[in-house]
Design a protein around this ligand. Structure first.
Ligand code: AMP
Length: 190
């Protein structure tokens, strides 16, 4: 069983590249952001709690997303591999994922980070706001807080994986097809 992680700041293109990877490699794509937005749309208790945190550009509690990921793994007995998009986002989530996978006699296969700078993040998210209707894309203060949260809480996760030799960075600022070609080059060598 393969477990890929697509890493990077908000707006780096994780969702876009993940959709292409899912297609090409028949992976089960798990976006914790998408799962949370579904909970919000369905008006569940979890969704109600997550909504204000997401709309302020903050992270939802670790145990919430860890529980969601565990559920998806437990309920999928057929996929050949998983592609995590937007998880793990904290050191605690990375540690929990290691344990979840160890309990399944497995481990993370590869972590690929899409690198773009902060100004590009803001520029891209503002552009996405014109196309998608995400509340957390709507105003600049929220976007800036998401960038800050990324640097403070999520970026340190890179160190968690660097020592394993499974961590790779690619330039995410190119066009979609060029980034995908580089991404596939890495996956095809694994
Ligand atoms: P995304 O669609 O990945 O940009 O996620 C949108 C928002 O959902 C984030 O800004 C967080 O508020 C929340 N979220 C998604 N994934 C996680 C996670 N792994 N841990 C905590 N919060 C998350």
């Amino acid at each position: 069983m393969k477990y890929f992680i697509l890493f990077g700041p908000p707006g780096a293109g994780k969702g876009t590249q993940a959709a292409k990877m899912r297609e090409k490699y028949s992976l089960h794509h798990i976006s914790t952001g998408d799962l949370l937005r579904k909970e919000i749309a369905a008006g569940t208790e979890l969704g109600k709690k997550a909504k204000s945190l997401i709309e302020a550009g903050n992270l939802v509690p670790d145990e919430v997303v860890i529980g969601m990921i565990t559920n998806v793994f437990d309920n999928d007995k057929t996929s050949k591999g998983f592609l995590l998009d937007g998880f793990p986002r904290t050191e605690e989530q990375a540690v929990a994922l290691d344990k979840i996978l160890k309990d399944r006699n497995s481990e993370v296969t590869s972590v690929i980070s899409l690198m773009i700078d902060d100004d590009e993040v803001v520029r891209r998210i503002k552009k996405r706001a014109e196309i998608e209707n995400r509340a957390d894309d709507a105003d600049e203060a929220t976007i800036r807080n998401r960038v800050k949260t990324y640097h403070e809480k999520t970026e340190p996760v890179i160190n968690h994986y660097k020592s394993t030799g499974k961590y790779k960075e690619i330039d995410g600022s190119g066009d979609i097809e060029d980034v995908f070609t580089v991404l596939c080059g890495i996956i095809d060598k694994l």
